[in-house]
Ligand binder design. Structure first.
Ligand code: S3P
Length: 186
């Protein structure tokens, strides 16, 4: 097996806590934080909901892939992704090269409650957001499961507890002192 020093990439559904856990993880490890949604929003100069409504999902997805492509694989970082990043095979290939893929999972009802709190998720702006969420989650769970190195059920955990769980799983996978996110490639 190849020993490589890599980034921690957070994947998972809307509402899984990727952004807040990413911030927490960055604070804990001292590693810089990159967020593909933020990169896309800053590229367009408008918010994600505005990108969806003014340019459509396809343009958003293209920009998301570009954002991912622009991430330097040479620097170890915390990378937060949008929930739909796993929809493209091209993205999946890039993600696998970038680092350890940590899937923040959880009970559907809990994730939905968190995701709908802000009312800003374009994919939930439908007549029946609960049904839309369920459909999206059913379609995506196998995609996350296929590529994740680590899965954390976040349903009952605070962000801090999720971070502790991630770091302890990483340490268990690769107990090398001094390297916060060294991990073994699979
Ligand atoms: C999306 C999730 C969002 C954002 C966009 C599309 C998705 O990010 O990328 O609205 O397809 O699930 P979060 O997962 O941070 O909500």
């Amino acid at each position: 097996m190849k020993q490589v020093s890599r980034s921690i990439v957070l994947i998972g559904m809307m509402g899984a806590g990727k952004s807040s856990v990413g911030r927490c993880l960055s604070g804990r490890t001292g590693l810089a934080l990159l967020d593909t949604d933020e990169m896309v929003a800053s590229e367009f100069g408008i918010s994600i909901p505005e990108i969806f409504s003014e340019h459509g999902e396809r343009k958003f997805r293209e920009a998301e892939t570009e954002a991912l492509r622009s991430v330097k694989g040479t620097q170890q970082t915390i990378i937060v992704t949008g929930g739909g990043i796993v929809l493209s095979e091209q993205n999946v290939e890039i993600l696998k090269r970038l680092g350890v893929l940590v899937w923040l999972d959880g009970e559907e009802q809990t994730l939905f409650a968190r995701a709908s709190r802000k009312r800003n998720r374009p994919l939930l702006q439908t007549k029946n957001p609960r049904e839309a969420f369920s459909r999206i989650m059913r379609a995506r769970r196998p995609l996350y499961a296929n590529i994740a190195h680590i899965r954390i059920d976040t349903s009952m955990l605070t962000d801090e507890e999720v971070v502790v769980a991630i770091l302890s799983k990483l340490r268990r996978a690769n107990p090398q002192p001094g390297l916060p996110v060294q991990a073994t490639a699979r």
